[in-house]
Design a protein around this ligand. Structure first.
Ligand SMILES: Nc1ncnc2c1ncn2[C@@H]1O[C@H](COP(=O)(O)OP(=O)(O)O)[C@@H](O)[C@H]1O
Ligand SMILES: [Mg+2]
Length: 201
């Protein structure tokens, strides 16, 4: 460790990047059960922002598990490491002024605290709320049927715990709102946070 000397002062500042992009970076972290609608809402919101000329990206938990996090499973330790890595990547992106969506189950307070510790005020925490029963009915990926047959260990909401967030910045109830309404509500909530510091010259 003592032989590592990070030299952050050589980098351009975050505000230089944000001025270039004409926006401010934020990490919009969507947590919730599998099938609650995290990826769907992140994609819908990203598409609208992109059309508005915003620079965005999505860090999707499932996608990252095919690459960066492919060596991780679903034990408590691996879920913690999964969230730590996603948070660190999100931290790099937000430091470049990028509007960064994270869609990851993030089932426990401990995991969200870890993300908060690394991202601080850049984190905008969204609870994508849908009951286990509703997600089981949707069963987009067939995982609930597998879990019911006992084929998935540590399945979130079944034998893997899910603690709803205590104090999220926003709750989107996908049993009550449509995809479009949920995305719109999210975009309204972050509108003031992503607008530029000052007009571009
Ligand atoms: N209001 C809503 N918001 C988001 N998804 C919804 C909503 N209503 C129904 N759905 C459906 O729920 C499913 C959510 O799947 P997905 O976004 O992949 O979940 P997650 O990423 O949370 O695992 C999709 O099939 C989507 O069409
Ligand atoms: Mg998803």
């Amino acid at each position: 460790m003592s032989n590592i000397h990070p030299e952050f002062h050589r980098f351009l500042h975050r505000q230089d990047k944000e001025n270039l992009l004409g926006q401010r970076g934020i990490v919009v972290w969507l947590c919730g059960l599998s099938g609650s609608g995290k990826s769907t809402i992140a994609n819908a919101a990203e598409r609208v922002l992109h059309q508005q000329g915003r620079f965005t990206t999505i860090l999707d938990g499932d996608n990252l598990r095919t690459g960066l996090n492919s060596n991780l499973g679903f034990s408590d330790d691996d879920r913690l490491e999964n969230i730590r890595r996603i948070s660190e990547v999100a931290k790099v992106f937000v430091s470049q002024g990028i509007i960064t969506f994270v869609s990851a189950i993030t089932p426990r307070g401990e995991l969200r605290d870890l993300a908060r510790g690394l991202l601080g005020n850049d984190l905008f925490e969204v609870y994508v709320k849908a009951s286990y029963e509703a997600c089981e009915q949707r069963d987009v990926k067939g995982l609930y049927a597998k879990a019911a047959r006992g084929e998935i260990a540590h399945f979130t909401g079944k034998d893997g715990s899910f603690e709803p967030p205590n104090n999220p910045d926003l709750v989107l109830d996908t049993e009550k709102s449509s995809i479009e309404d949920a995305a719109f509500e999210l975009l309204e909530a972050i509108r003031g946070k992503i607008s530029a510091h000052r007009p571009l010259v």
